[in-house]
Design a protein around this ligand. Structure first.
Ligand SMILES: NC(=O)c1ccc[n+]([C@@H]2O[C@H](COP(=O)([O-])OP(=O)(O)OC[C@H]3O[C@@H](n4cnc5c(N)ncnc54)[C@H](O)[C@@H]3O)[C@@H](O)[C@H]2O)c1
Length: 325
């Protein structure tokens, strides 16, 4: 494969892409493209990254951006990412998550460069308690509008990769439930830190659900390994060890223990609530040499520590969340 030096990274004002940029800005020249939409924070803009505001679904604009930047590869993180909001109205999810991925794929094909597409374990649907962990060839069975759009994009890019007419060099990653610094506080862990430090009851869905908890730095490292070493057209689960599986209530309890106080109240489940995602990380270890470094305790501790040390970020994010900025 051609030398990879210049990257176009989308969604760099969001949670995972900003962690990726912070981790790899010395290894690559990175240009970020983000339209500063829901879930983004100006404060997240990583130092040393060229900051472009554009909508990845805008074909003309992205064509011009690509002409200017001339990247060696695209890493596509940009997406509408919140399940609850997709239950309310999924139109922006189709635009960003499917049309946006398509526009980037067209540009990658035109220029004959690699594209890494960041997808999610949610495309597999909901794992039964006694099921085998999902491997990359397990059936796709998305169960909420957000994950349906992620699955749709994957399928389109998969066809672009395998059809002779298109020949897209794409690698798809399916990340597990990720936590760490700079996650918008509509998501469980930063929301729990906010609630417990402000004497607000944390709303916990009534039916117990479990997740494999992945540190954002591990997720970023898995994506970077896929960029360098992934095989064209392949999919890789980016999941922590099985021991990182824990009930959401258990992780919220860990957050409360670290903070030393906090109250929880039960609330009705969200619509289309998946109770378990259960992924096998073996292929990424075997083929990319990647494996998660953080165990569950370190994942939660490092995450909570960051929010406690950066209260101004959490305050600003909550103001955005409440529409006050
Ligand atoms: N958070 C998780 O647990 C998790 C797990 C697995 C996979 N993923 C995937 O990782 C990616 C990043 O997720 P995140 O949690 O960092 O999301 P996020 O919501 O924090 O960030 C997404 C960013 O994308 C930008 N964006 C959205 N649509 C855009 C568009 N049309 N043009 C330009 N920018 C646009 C937003 O402004 C935002 O800054 C997503 O593709 C998501 O599906 C997330």
């Amino acid at each position: 494969m051609a030398v990879l030096k210049k990257l176009l990274v989308t969604g760099h004002l969001g949670f995972i892409a900003s962690a990726f940029c912070n981790r790899y800005r010395d290894r690559y020249d990175i240009t970020g493209v983000d339209f500063a939409g829901w879930g983004s924070m100006e404060e997240n803009c990583p130092e040393g990254v060229v900051d472009i505001r554009a909508d990845i679904a805008d074909e003309e604009r992205m064509h011009a951006v690509m002409d200017d930047v001339q990247p060696d590869a695209i890493v596509n993180f940009a997406a509408e990412s919140h399940v609850d909001r997709s239950n309310e109205d999924d139109s922006s999810f189709w635009r960003s998550n499917v049309m946006g991925a398509r526009v980037l794929a067209l540009e990658a094909m035109r220029r004959n460069i690699r594209m890494v597409h960041v997808s999610t374990d949610e495309v597999y649907g909901d794992a039964l308690d006694n099921s085998e962990p999902w491997i990359e060839t397990s059936p796709i069975s998305a169960k909420n509008p957000y994950s349906v759009t992620k699955a749709a994009a994957e399928m389109l890019l998969g066809v672009y990769a395998t059809s002779e007419r298109h020949g897209l060099d794409v690698v798809i990653t399916r990340g597990a439930n990720t936590i760490g610094p700079r996650q918008f506080p509509e998501k469980a862990v930063p929301k729990a830190v906010w609630c417990f430090t402000h004497d607000i009851e944390f709303p916990l869905y009534r039916t117990p659900a479990r997740r494999m908890w992945l540190h954002v730095d591990d997720h970023a490292a898995g994506i970077e390994a896929a960029l360098r070493l992934g095989i064209k057209g392949e999919v890789y689960n980016i999941a922590p060890s099985f021991a990182n599986e824990q009930m959401t209530a258990g992780v919220i309890g860990m957050v409360r223990d670290i903070i030393g106080k906090g109250r929880v109240k039960e609330v009705p489940d969200r619509a289309n609530y998946d109770l378990r995602y259960w992924m096998d990380p073996a292929k990424a270890k075997r083929e990319l040499g990647w494996e998660a470094q953080y165990d569950l305790a370190a994942t939660v501790q490092d995450t909570v520590r960051w929010y406690l040390e950066n209260p101004e970020w959490l305050e600003a994010a909550n103001r955005v969340l409440e529409g006050n900025r």
